[in-house]
Design a binder for this molecule. Structure first.
Ligand SMILES: [Fe+2]
Ligand SMILES: [Fe+2]
Length: 344
């Protein structure tokens, strides 16, 4: 090859054969001035999710399938993975009366937010967590967990996982427990009853996995009694903090509930975290960039990173409550979290 007959095309071809690549072939004039994402704003209707769960209840057996789970898929991402965002996954799980979803553990961290049913339980590292609507149950990475429904009714809950993030880090693995169910060593009620005195006296604490709605709801309502606690971008927002260190719910997922009083309209902002919302009570709308997503109880939606957004409760009489999970703890740990008031 002489210098005179060389070209970019020839250079690219020869480099490719040697597993090399020229930066010029990206065709970029430099990096984008703002963070960009392929994740699209998207809303999933509860009626669609619920119909799929009920049909899955007829055709999917927990004897043959590890879990009966319907995943929410973002149209901007590769559909084969079944991810709602680039960092977090949301799905819904259905366990019928008498069924057990077998015990296993994995590197992805998970959480459950209970939607329907009463009295089934998740066991996490031997700790029995009896599930009631609005409860949040954590299964941090590599904790053993299984779900059993000995109640008379079917149970449905929301599953949140950091599966896409752990996949991107090539850290996904799973192990099965030797038996279908773990032995129960204690209940989450016992752990909660020791929590206050353990923190005060500095004694070692059992793992804390279970936030009861009967504790969350009064704390959320107490916020609304003081107008100064209103967040201009989120209404009255209560984060689920790790009681041991006051930090985020888990290392990779931050959870919150927020109450939008009747007539609430929040200011517009944007941030580098991506948030998945689930409408737990009431109805409303969320403006995301130039699109308005109307939601009602049971619907779920995604606000991708750096999209301007605000929330509305148009009802004159009914409050709305949103449960949310976000990847903000990851961005904050990497010093990549930014937030901007975009109301003007
Ligand atoms: Fe699991
Ligand atoms: Fe926000």
């Amino acid at each position: 090859m002489t210098q005179a007959s060389d070209s970019v095309a020839l250079l690219d071809r020869d480099m490719a054969a040697k597993n090399l690549s020229g930066y010029w072939s990206l065709g970029m004039e430099g990096l984008p001035p703002e963070p960009m994402t392929a994740v699209e704003p998207c809303l999933w209707k509860w009626s669609d999710v619920h119909e799929s769960l009920v049909r899955a209840g007829e055709v999917i057996s927990l004897e043959n399938s590890e879990r009966r789970v319907v995943r929410l898929v973002n149209p901007g991402l590769d559909r084969r993975h079944g991810f709602a965002t680039h960092t977090l996954q949301i799905s819904f799980q259905y366990v019928k009366h008498g069924e057990n979803a077998r015990a296993h553990r994995h590197t992805p961290t998970a959480l459950r937010f209970v939607i329907e049913g009463n009295g089934a339980y998740t066991t996490v590292n031997g700790q029995q967590c009896v599930m009631e609507p609005g409860d949040l149950i954590l299964t941090p990475k590599l904790t053993w967990h299984d779900h059993s429904n000995d109640s008379k009714q079917p149970m449905i809950w929301l599953d949140g996982l950091d599966f896409p993030l752990i996949t991107a880090l090539h850290q996904v693995m799973q192990e099965r427990y030797p038996d279908r169910r773990q032995p129960i060593e204690r209940t989450s009620e016992e752990v909660m009853s020791h929590l206050g005195s353990a923190i005060r006296h500095g004694v070692p604490l059992e793992d804390f996995f279970h936030y009861k709605w009967r504790d969350t709801e009064p704390a959320l309502r107490a916020l609304t009694q003081n107008r100064s606690r209103r967040n201009p971008f989120d209404g009255y927002l209560l984060e689920y903090r790790n009681p041991l260190d006051g930090g985020p719910t888990m290392k990779t997922i931050g959870c919150a509930v927020q109450l939008l009083p009747p007539g609430e309209r929040t200011e517009t902002h944007r941030h580098t975290s991506t948030v998945i919302y689930h409408a737990f009570r009431g109805s409303g709308a969320t403006q995301i960039a130039d699109r308005c997503f109307e939601w009602e109880q049971g619907d779920s939606f995604v606000v991708p990173l750096w999209y301007r957004h605000c929330h509305l409760n148009r009802s004159a009489s009914d409050e709305a409550i949103l449960f949310s999970m976000s990847d903000a703890p990851v961005l904050k740990a990497l010093d990549l979290y930014r937030e901007e008031d975009a109301s003007h």
